[in-house]
Design a protein around this ligand. Sequence first.
Ligand SMILES: [Zn+2]
Length: 356
Amino acid sequence: MLDQLTGNDRVKKLLKRMLEARRVPGAMLFAGEEGIGKKLFALEIAKALNCRTPQGVEGCGQCPSCLRTGKFNYPQSNESDDWKGIIWTDHADVGMVVAPKRVLLVDQMRLIEREANYRPYEGKARVFLIEDADKLNDSSANALLKVLEEPPHTSHIVLLTSRPDMLLPTIRSRCQMIRFSPLAADEIETHLVKNKIATPGEARIRARVARGSLGRALAQDLDEFNEQRKAMLRVLQALTLGEDRIQLLHSAEELNDAKHRDEYESRLDVLESLIRDAWMLSLNAPAEKVVNEDLLPQLKKISAGLDGRHPAGWISQIEEMREQLIVNINRKAATDALFLTMAAAAPPLQRRRFVP
Ligand SMILES: [Zn+2]
């Protein structure tokens, strides 16, 4: 059932209306951030169309058809050849293709075309998902166009992407685009607690640095995450408590250690959440408002060393840096520059307010 999925209530309503009107488009484009459940939403459509004991217009989630729809038979190996076919679920009418390497292949689109033209084997509809549809190149996109133009009324093709702008306009114009929003931190937090994935305290922190993606919140390795927080806390300490400035450069190195951009960004998120916490404390906000509750004593100390206008400046510097990251600047140089600007904006020791 759609209501059991986390977030995106607007999309749920829209999809329900389509099901009620029995007008589920033959070609849809689900666009939105990684890890917010686009694939699960698409599977709910597949379940609804094939369910044997539907609940209203939705799939019951319990019958053999619904149960089989949720189980993909992923290849056991990482050999790209094994990923070139359709990855079927246990349901003979529901499958998916993923790019074996960097691009989706012409042959994969031909397979979808062929399969989409068959009548359903066991249900009433066939549903095909194309993961990371932004990996279509010109040739595979053109191969897909044919079937997108007039899919048989019993087949539905759902393209999933976090980067809809990378798709050819001809593909986009043939699909009904459905935009997903990033999840609210509260929605992620509730999900983590309800499913006993994290303790309430952990869930609160993880949800707030997941940038709207449940997938990201789930993928966080907690030990590693706590290490990151410690490193970023040291940055703040160096900035506010006048502790060893050399530490700043060490921290810049630690930040740059991030293996990929996503990890790097999550470190920036952590730094931002710590800055916001210290800022709030400096404004006498109650301790419950603090996200990193477990670091309260350290954060209080930092907040005492803050000069009201600096945290806002730091956050906007971090935000500026994020924008630059999109155009792939040299990360190392940018981090060093960021920390040095932040340090320059830190209150000089002798003018710092006296805190009894
Ligand atoms: Zn069912």
